[in-house]
Design a binder for this molecule. Structure first.
Ligand SMILES: Cc1ncc(COP(=O)(O)O)c(C=O)c1O
Length: 435
């Protein structure tokens, strides 16, 4: 298997960012998420440069949902990134990380009154997903005598070659306003006293391994932006969303590079803005492509069982990484203490959760595995910890971040007390039982 440059093998041991995974696992315990900050910063600056080659006013809004750890937010904030936030929690994290409010976009298909009120109070631009939401926001802004800056999320009705659960711009998706109804939506916004249309937004899906769907979406977006410009609407930004995939199957999947993405999409964007004779900021909202390959999930082998298959029972389960269970997602696996040993046997890697679906990988050819070995699941930085749960009353694991020779916890392991702290037993259970 071909490893990316931040993953190396020395003396049969797997290293991430120059740190031995086996030593990290011994020091911090397992399961353990380990993230290379350097890799994230490299990904960010590669994307930024690829876009900047074509156009200057570019802003990258990190899609907070991909990995919500504050340390990652802060690292990206320090480079000038903003954030696509999808909840008040994500908005709060972005604030704590030091991202200014004008670098945030509050997305979401079902926002509460409180969500909208917070966006208005903080002066964060809101992406609207319905006309209902437009009027709700107008009323909220009126009550606080403010103006709300908005964009509408366009549903461009584009089929994308990805898992159906993460295709978001299909004509049947729950997200956005059908592209045929976008012009009336902006007209309605203009009739609202407390609303200022500031931009236009779309996001067609995630883990997309071709440039064509992005090109098609950009065509729809620029066509709409030009039509709206003719109707005297001036945008300060055009947001093309996120969605660029990564090659989870190393050496098999082919993901467009940032340069290939930019070279495909930017001519369409530039043609559109030339027609408008305007220079709105270009916003993109990558999540996965910035953080996925920065991280490994280390998990210790509890036991190996010969049954109708050879099972490797590890100490991480789908409570920590749900992608294989939820999306049949593939993650490369390296036995971190036998990284250069010949692959001689087929294994099915399973977790400790009480569900048949708690399987990370089936029929993988790996070196001979024994209890106590350390398994590394690669490319787990996006939608890994951020989609974790405490199912089976399992405290979530720790996360470590690496930068150069430095290493630090970026989240401690949870305890059982962390789980029970929010539980309340009703008073009648304390009363003596009447017979
Ligand atoms: C509105 C929005 N923007 C950006 C993203 C990030 O997508 P990705 O991680 O595939 O880049 C998502 C992911 O679901 C999203 O919903």
């Amino acid at each position: 298997m071909k490893l990316p440059s931040h993953l190396t093998v020395s003396n049969n041991n797997l290293f991430i960012g120059g740190h031995d995974c086996n030593l990290l696992a011994s020091e911090y315990g397992t399961p353990l998420y380990v993230t290379s900050e350097d890799r994230i910063l490299q990904n960010y600056s590669d994307f930024f440069k690829a876009l900047k080659t074509h156009y200057d006013p570019v802003r990258i809004l990190y899609a907070a949902k991909a990995n919500g750890n504050l340390a990652i937010f802060r690292a990206l904030a320090q480079l000038g990134a903003g954030a696509d936030v999808f909840s008040t929690g994500e908005l709060r994290l972005a604030e704590i990380a030091g991202m200014p409010h004008d670098r945030l976009l509050f997305n979401g298909s079902s926002k509460t009154k409180e969500d909208l009120a917070l966006a208005v109070e903080k002066g964060v631009t809101v992406t609207l997903d319905s006309i209902d939401e437009l009027h709700k926001l107008d009323t909220i802004a009126d009550e606080s005598r403010s103006k709300a800056q908005v964009s509408f999320r366009v549903n461009p009705a584009i089929n994308v070659p990805t898992h159906p659960k993460i295709a978001t711009g299909l004509s049947t998706s729950k997200f956005g306003i059908p592209h045929q109804k976008i012009i009336p939506a902006y007209m309605e916004a203009l009739s609202c006293e407390n609303i200022t249309p500031a931009g236009i937004h779309c996001h067609i899906g995630s883990q997309i391994l071709a440039t064509e769907p992005f090109v098609k979406a950009t065509e729809v977006m620029m066509q709409l932006a030009c039509e709206l410009h003719d109707l005297s609407i001036r945008f300060s930004f055009v947001d093309l969303g996120g969605g660029l995939g990564i090659p989870y199957r190393h050496g098999v999947d082919k993901a467009p590079s940032y340069r290939e993405y930019a070279d495909a999409v930017m001519p369409v964007f530039l043609k559109g803005i030339k027609e408008m004779n305007e220079h709105p900021q270009l916003w993109v909202e990558p999540g996965r492509s910035l953080v996925a390959d920065s991280t490994v999930l280390l998990t210790r082998v509890n036991s190996v069982k010969e049954a109708h298959r050879r099972f490797v029972n590890v100490d991480a389960g789908f409570n920590l990484l749900i992608r294989p269970t939820m999306y049949e997602a593939y993650h490369e696996i390296v036995v971190a203490n036998k990284a250069d040993s010949p692959c001689t046997a087929e294994y099915t890697i399973t977790g400790p959760i009480c569900e048949t679906g708690d399987v990370f990988a089936e029929g993988r050819l790996l070196p001979e595995i024994k209890a106590g070995d350390l398994v590394a699941l690669l490319d787990t930085g996006a939608y890994g910890f951020s989609m974790s749960s405490q199912y089976n009353t399992r405290p979530r694991c720790a996360e470590v971040i690496l930068k150069g020779r430095d290493k630090s916890l970026m989240r401690r392991k949870e305890t059982i007390e962390d789980i029970t702290r929010t539980m309340v037993t009703p008073p009648w259970q304390d009363e003596p039982r009447r017979s």
